[in-house]
Design a protein around this ligand. Sequence first.
Ligand SMILES: NC(=O)c1ccc[n+]([C@@H]2O[C@H](COP(=O)([O-])OP(=O)(O)OC[C@H]3O[C@@H](n4cnc5c(N)ncnc54)[C@H](O)[C@@H]3O)[C@@H](O)[C@H]2O)c1
Length: 396
Amino acid sequence: MSNKVRVAIIGVGNCASSLIQGVEFYRNAQPDEFVPGLMHVNLGGYHISDIEFSAAFDIDKEKVGYDLGEAIWRGQNNTVKFAEVGKLGVPVHRGMTHDGLGKYLSEVIQKAPGPTADIVKILKDTRTDVVVNYLPVGSEMATKWYAEQILEAGCAMVNCMPVFIGREQYWRERFEERGLPIIGDDIKSQVGSTIIHRVLTRLFQERGVKLEHTYQLNFGGNTDFLNMLERERLVSKKISKTNSVLSQMQHEVAAEDVHIGPSDYVPWLKDRKWAHIRMEGRSFGDVPLLVDMKLEVHDSPNSAGIVIDAVRCCKLGLDRGLGGALEGPSSYFMKSPPFQVSDERAHELTALFIDGRVGAKCISDPEAPIKGEPRTPALTSDSAVELDGVAVNSEA
Ligand SMILES: NC(=O)c1ccc[n+]([C@@H]2O[C@H](COP(=O)([O-])OP(=O)(O)OC[C@H]3O[C@@H](n4cnc5c(N)ncnc54)[C@H](O)[C@@H]3O)[C@@H](O)[C@H]2O)c1
């Protein structure tokens, strides 16, 4: 069992850049201090500096063949630079394109020449523990193809984008059979529009305010938003964002009263994202109450701190021989986990998971033994939320 977390990246875009910069930025963070920006300096015995990048895959000719430490500044990447990153000694290999490049991305990205690299062999040769999927929204076939390579190579997976893998029973079972952990799907940023909207929705619910109409309009100037101009690629992203918010509500709301999704591309915003959230409800005495707010964030760094924790949770899963979805961490780190719980509960379950007090299935089977021991503390899971009698995570 290695004391390093060896991480491979699929898609060397803005999110990969922020993750790699973050590992450099926090290399010397003190474990016994509160470090602004981080949830955990030390996570289950792994410091941030224990994360090593082992391999990378892209299809952009501006990135393939370059060292990963150089590739993060190339092509269309336009996120903020907050750390110096030298050469990492990790080449970016040619991945498999499939449906990775949609209508708009193919106007600005040229495919690298040459054949697809042997992904399985590279993952094995580099002793990769965890593979992080950062493919563009709508890369349905490509994501499934890479998931097969990851299974074959015997690695854990963190699925940061909204093609449903960790959420789907079929894929969860595939990972379980191989004894490999997965955390998915669609990363929930540190303080992003999803978690704010979820927390406010739950606040309305708990304080007895009936939510009648709500929207969340998001726009930014990175390639993620450019790609999402293609509405056909957006279906799973809209499902992911909408379900994530609606799962926090127990009363019915008509579909036409909820609009949540990416809305436009404004190039000069670069990697900044603006989100407008409006919530109209009825409070005591049937009196109207409304919240209208705006969030401005740098999009990619906002998710990188979550991934820094997710890869370390996956490594803990590997160390403990756990296979399948890590349900607690998935519910805390992801918009579309296998089971939705409140963010407070998800936080608690993640802490219990890190301490080794719950296993992979802490929501679907809270009484499951851990490492062969019967569980003592009974968990009062608020479990999967149902809307209209239909579990919001019903298999698609
Ligand atoms: N806060 C956030 O930034 C955030 C939050 C949630 C989810 N996500 C999701 O994470 C994903 C990555 O976001 P990003 O901002 O880094 O996107 P990006 O557009 O900057 O990067 C995507 C990268 O994937 C590469 N690529 C395309 N097809 C490929 C293929 N078949 N094989 C290998 N590489 C391929 C592109 O060349 C590019 O380098 C997106 O799906 C996004 O929606 C991001």
